[in-house]
Structure formats: C-alpha cells, structure tokens
Design a protein around this ligand. Structure first.
Ligand code: SF4
Ligand code: SF4
Length: 167
C-alpha cells in the first residue's frame, strides 16, 4: 500500500541522525524511557543522541517512543499527507538524499577527516567548520570544492523538502 506511513519506513532520517542530532525528552516520560535507552543529561535537560539505537527498519519501541518522536512530522511527510507530493516523488527525494550522503562519506574518507560526532547531522556541522578553516588557509583542493558543493546541495534539499537545515 503506497501511503504516507510507508514513506517513513523507506526513510528513517529523523531516527538515524541525518536530520537531527538529538531528541529532547519530557521529565514525565523519563522513568519508562530510562529502561529502554541511554539518556543524556546536560544543564538539567534530558535527551538522547542520534543515531537512535532503537532504530532498525523502523522504531523498535514504537508504542513507547518519546513524545517528540510521536509528534514529529517532517515537511516531506506533511507534503505527502496533504497530497502536495505523490509517493513515488517522495521516495525519489529520499533516495537522492541517501546517495548524496554516500558521496559525502566517500569524500570524507578520501580526505581523511576524522569527525568526532556520532550523528551524520552533527558531523556535517563539524565538517562545515573544518572546511571554513581549510578555505581560510587557502588549502582547498578539487575534492574540497566538490564536497562543499555536495554539502550545499544536500542542505538545500533537506531545507526545502524536509523543512530542516543541516546547520
Ligand atoms: S524524516 Fe520525515 S519522512 Fe523520514 S522518517 Fe522522519 S518523518 Fe518520516
Ligand atoms: S525512539 Fe523510535 S521514533 Fe524515536 S528516534 Fe528512536 S527509533 Fe526513531
């Protein structure tokens, strides 16, 4: 069945660390969630880091997932639900993002950048700063320029279609 829920099963970008780097939690849901996931605490706020370790071909704790997960709908999902975008076009956009991520990861490996973040989202934030430093030192190669171009294309795609920027 080609419905909007299948879009999420083919995507997972809000669970695997592509779109967001962490998920905030409400205090009242902590007792249940502490049994299920690794919860971090900073400045009195609780959250968990992405990629979510409960994500594997969908959410493994679906009925107990955090409120923020249950309430989240990206722009792409809303467009499909509101019939502004058809299912196949949405899948095509998801696949372009997946291909762009693979291309970026390959270039990162070839440039031997060692990024510390867990999620793709925060890695791209780190990468942007590194590229700005490389640029300011006039050390940009063709691979750096291609990487910058791919990052801009990915950011534009995520902003325009999913409603969330990498930065
Ligand atoms: S990013 Fe959007 S389409 Fe993808 S799984 Fe999350 S809500 Fe669904
Ligand atoms: S708890 Fe479930 S819905 Fe929330 S980020 Fe993890 S896998 Fe996704």
């Amino acid at each position: 069945m080609n419905d909007s829920s299948n879009i999420c099963l083919s995507c997972g970008f809000c669970c695997d660390g592509t779109l967001i780097g962490y998920v905030k939690l409400d205090r009242e849901e902590l007792p249940v969630l502490r049994e299920l996931m690794n919860i971090e605490d900073a400045n009195g706020k609780e959250f968990f880091l992405q990629p979510c370790n409960k994500y594997c071909d969908g959410c493994n704790i679906y009925s107990k997932r955090p409120k923020q997960c249950a309430n989240f709908k990206c722009g792409l999902l809303k467009s499909v639900e509101q019939k502004e975008l058809d299912f196949d076009s949405a899948i095509e956009i998801i696949n372009v993002v997946k291909q762009k991520k693979i291309a970026i990861e390959k270039m990162l490996a070839s440039l031997q950048y060692e990024l510390q973040s867990q999620s793709f989202h925060f890695k791209m934030v780190e990468l942007k700063k590194l590229l700005e430093k490389t640029k300011s030192e006039s050390l940009l190669t063709q691979t750096h320029l291609k990487l910058i171009s791919d990052l801009e294309q990915l950011d534009s795609l995520l902003s325009n279609k999913f409603g969330i920027s990498l930065y």
